[in-house]
Design a binder for this molecule. Structure first.
Ligand SMILES: Cc1cc2nc3c(=O)[nH]c(=O)nc-3n(C[C@H](O)[C@H](O)[C@H](O)COP(=O)(O)OP(=O)(O)OC[C@H]3O[C@@H](n4cnc5c(N)ncnc54)[C@H](O)[C@@H]3O)c2cc1C
Length: 496
């Protein structure tokens, strides 16, 4: 099939999948007005693949000479990574800061198992690399939308998967082995766009010990597999089509759903890990490495929106030149550009995984970038809300603006600087409310891993021996230790 049209993607969702939304099973996901928000957002991937203006960027020829989605090819050079950044940036700019999700997270899971499967095969004599390659071909040929299901529901966070109480299903695990495959049970949480994807790639979310070997499992599964069901995330916005009051949340609903695996059968050829517990952490770690590129690229785009909304509101209220407003706008511009530069630097200084030949962003820079943008988001929205004023929380609804009885009052009293239409100011106020929602707060903080995860990585990667050698040299501590950089430097101050 190779490249699909948006219509083909939408049609493919009529496959008997089990999706719940706000208390009801949805008989046909393509007909539900709230799920359609997610579908249309995901469909932008297919729209851009068909558009001659973008096709050369977002698609490429595979080894068989078929035109496929570029993101389903394995990225092997720095230029590939820079191109991937351009694609994510484009998706993000088109979709108001949230890159179209048809393959956005899934591609990083696919790359993670591409790297780890040969390691497992070499150590354990398995054949997972062949399964991964076949799956990659399947995804390319069917131009499938692919979600990534990593985060288990986890239960008691202090207990290992196999030690959970009162049940053992807080992490997805193997409950039965058959000749032709395995049966899995458990649940994953916050799985972006999963209910509207064709496929899910399932990976472990942490390192495992031997007792947890049944939880060391990875596979690809179609969204309509028997036993699989999706409980949609409650949408923040309940009025589809109301782009005035909900400019962002009526346009993008990522549906980060709970995915239930109620004894789902996975055939052997779709399995990428089955009990080789030493490698569970490898997959989780490699997913993080690949996914940093996606996170940092789109977040820099979203920060353009944050800084832009603040600057526009300052202009509409005519306070652009006030000292404390300028200071906050400067901070927001710095925040956006620093995130962009860090994300780009991570790709320019990319790491090579020698066995698979895949490249991924420099882990140290990528973790710094992720920690930087996530840790500062609330400061950014605080500045935005400060500049915008209390009206962000108290503005009347679009219906009041359009009601002839109240329109003129709103038009007259909610104006800003002379010459700025009240409607523009009101629309911006609504956008600022959407941008400062608790959904935006939490996705920035937690999606792609909590702050503690980045801090752990940065601490593990930090070259403390080099830092110590620098300090020892300046403090003139000679304890006989050797550092490849600092021990070779000329004496300072010079003996002249
Ligand atoms: C909008 C959104 C979209 C997402 N999309 C996806 C997706 O598509 N696919 C996917 O797989 N995941 C997805 N995630 C999940 C995301 O990766 C997790 O939210 C994140 O890893 C944090 O896990 P958690 O939510 O279970 O929080 P928790 O693990 O409960 O963490 C809460 C706090 O407790 C701390 N903590 C937890 N356990 C321990 C421990 N043992 N020791 C010390 N501290 C601990 C954490 O550091 C954190 O500070 C998404 C999340 C969000 C919010």
């Amino acid at each position: 099939m190779a490249l699909r049209t948006p219509q083909q993607y939408v049609e493919s969702l009529r496959d008997g999948r089990v999706v719940y939304l706000m208390g009801k099973r949805v008989p046909d996901v393509t007909q539900d007005p709230i799920l359609q928000i997610c579908i249309k957002w995901m469909a932008m991937d297919y729209v851009m693949q068909q558009d001659p203006k973008y096709q050369d960027l977002v698609t490429d020829l595979n080894e068989q000479g078929e035109r496929v989605s570029f993101v389903f090819k394995a990225q092997k050079t720095r230029d590939d990574l820079m191109r991937l950044r351009e694609i994510v940036k484009l998706w993000g700019r088109v979709c108001f800061g949230k890159p179209s999700g048809a393959k956005f997270v899934g591609k990083d899971g696919l790359n993670a198992v591409t790297v780890v499967a040969p390691r497992v095969d070499r150590a354990m004599g398995t054949h997972y690399a062949d399964n991964v390659e076949s799956y990659r071909r399947f995804l390319q040929e069917n131009d499938a939308s692919l979600a990534l299901a990593m985060t288990d529901v986890k239960g008691d966070r202090s207990l290992a998967p196999s030690k959970q109480k009162p049940h053992q299903d807080y992490y997805v695990h193997i409950v039965e082995e058959r000749k032709d495959g395995i049966v899995v049970r458990g649940a994953k949480a916050h799985i972006s766009e999963a209910p509207l994807s064709n496929e899910l790639i399932v990976v472990p979310c942490r390192a495992m010990k031997e007792d947890d070997k049944d939880y060391a499992v990875s596979f690809g599964v179609p969204a309509n597999a028997k036993g699989l069901s999706f409980i949609s995330a409650e949408p923040e916005m309940k009025e589809p089509g109301n782009f005035f009051d909900y400019p962002l949340s009526a346009s993008v609903y990522i549906n980060d759903a709970m995915v239930i695996f109620d004894d789902v059968f996975i055939p052997n050829e779709r399995i990428f890990l089955k009990g080789e517990w030493k490698f569970a952490g490898h997959i989780a770690h490699m997913f993080g490495n690949f996914h940093r590129l996606s996170a940092e690229t789109y977040k820099a785009v979203e920060l353009e929106l944050l800084a832009g909304a603040a600057a526009l509101m300052a202009e509409y209220n005519n306070v652009e030149h006030v000292a404390h407003i300028r200071e906050k706008l400067t901070w927001l511009a710095n925040y956006a550009e620093a995130t962009e530069v860090l994300g780009r630097a991570a790709c320019e200084h990319c790491a090579l995984e020698t066995e698979s030949g895949l490249v991924y962003p420099n882990p140290m820079i990528a973790n710094i970038a992720k920690l930087y943008f996530a840790d500062n988001w609330h400061q950014g929205t605080k500045y935005l809300q400060d500049i915008a004023g209390g009206i962000v929380a108290t503005a009347p609804a679009a219906a009041d603006y359009y009601n002839p009885e109240t329109h003129d009052y709103i038009e007259k009293y909610l104006g800003g600087k002379e010459g700025i239409p009240t409607e523009h100011r009101l629309r911006l106020i609504k956008f600022i409310r959407d941008l400062g929602s608790s959904y935006e707060d939490v996705i920035t903080l937690h999606a792609e891993g909590s702050l503690a995860a980045q801090r752990l990585s940065i601490h593990a990667l930090a070259e403390f021996d080099r830092y110590k050698a620098a300090a020892k040299r300046a403090a003139r501590i000679n304890d006989g230790s050797h550092d490849p950089i600092y021990s070779q430097l000329p004496e300072f101050p010079p003996a002249i």
